[in-house]
Ligand binder design. Structure first.
Ligand SMILES: O=C(O)[C@H](O)[C@@H](O)[C@H](O)[C@H](O)COP(=O)(O)O
Length: 260
């Protein structure tokens, strides 16, 4: 378990641009050392803001897009192409504009896909896809993602792991179906905490005043069942990327004082 590091940016636009620059560097470094990179995307405004900032950054051309695997932390179980699907929003923000290898874009299944409307079967199929991609060096049933990003909800949810619901209690399976999520739509597919913790780096994104309490709770020793964001950490690094509004309720001891 890596102790969270915090980076507080002036506002959410700067946060998105700085996180996009950080992601470009991380992908380029992974491709230089291992020949490829893998990233787990998140839905939400901050995740999509980061992708849009990446699309606008000239340095995006430093990435070899054909040697990048993309996965998702969660998905709303809605038909292919639905504007509320995380993958649809990611395509609009960035993916349609870069030369990815379609075989490396691992969208989560939809109810009109090959697994039908059974969300648990869809989750099991995604778990199998992850297991197939895991190499012997990955010590488990998911690949060691280079970077896994998570938007943080005002209730401290990450991916579709909501406080107290069964998905956040899962200790064996890497992907599960979610029924009755408090945020619409109620039916979703999500990575579990054990799958999230297989990542080298986990980045949590939180911007805006409505995230201030969630960040303070998750970073002040709360349990992961009550505050799922508290259970999201990477093998090598856990990074909280915040704007000043989201950091406003954190104890000052958690991050260095702003420069005068
Ligand atoms: O599936 C969802 O409903 C969203 O993806 C959700 O998990 C989101 O990531 C957080 O709620 C943070 O959202 P914002 O970045 O928009 O604040």
């Amino acid at each position: 378990m890596s102790t969270p590091q915090l980076v507080v940016h002036r506002d959410k636009e700067l946060m998105a641009q700085a996180a996009a620059a950080r992601l470009i560097t991380r992908i380029v470094d992974a491709q230089a050392s291992r020949g490829q990179a893998s990233v787990v995307l998140t839905g939400g405004r901050n995740g999509n803001g980061l992708l849009a900032a990446l699309a606008a950054a000239p340095a995006r051309d430093a990435i070899d897009w054909s040697r990048l695997d993309l996965w998702w932390g969660d998905e709303r179980f809605l038909p292919e192409g639905d504007p509320d699907r995380n993958v649809t929003q990611a395509r609009e923000a960035l993916l349609d504009a870069v030369p990815l290898d379609p075989k490396r874009v691992h969208a989560m299944p939809a109810p009109d896909g090959p697994h039908g409307t059974d969300v648990d079967a869809a989750a099991a199929a995604y778990a199998e896809e992850l297991a197939r991609a895991a190499g012997p060096e990955n010590h488990g049933s998911v690949p060691t993602f280079d970077v896994l990003m998570l938007g943080v909800g005002p209730d401290t949810h990450v991916a579709s792991l909501f406080p107290e619901l069964p998905a956040v209690r899962e200790t064996e399976r890497t992907v599960v179906g979610v029924h009755g999520a408090p945020k619409p739509p109620p039916t979703r597919v999500t990575l579990t905490l054990p799958a999230i913790r297989a990542a080298r780096e986990v980045w949590l994104l939180a911007a805006g005043e409505d995230k201030a309490q969630a960040a303070a709770i998750a970073l002040s020793g709360a349990g992961e069942i009550q505050a799922p964001a508290a259970g999201a950490y990477g093998r090598a690094r856990t990074l909280w990327l915040l704007d000043m509004a989201a950091a406003s309720q954190l104890p000052r001891s958690l991050y260095p004082p702003a420069s005068p």
